[in-house]
Write a new protein. Sequence first.
Length: 87
Amino acid sequence: MTKEEISHKVVEILHETFEIPMESIKPESRLFEDLDLDSIDAVDLIVKLQNYTDSKINPEVFKSVRTISDVVDAIHSLALKTGGQEL
């Protein structure tokens, strides 16, 4: 999957699940400060991304994630490393 596909899905999840306005979701948007997500929301995001990727995502990977762009990069990097297995 491409970064563009991942980005589109992340935006879709944030908009549909957390009711964040589309215009507020930018690559540089910070998850906690700008989009007002909390740790429970972050777990929900990981679960939704696991369903999308059909792979298990280790929550440890997301400890350093701060922005939408970071999420996309992390998922893309893990997908490349694992070939679609456990992320």
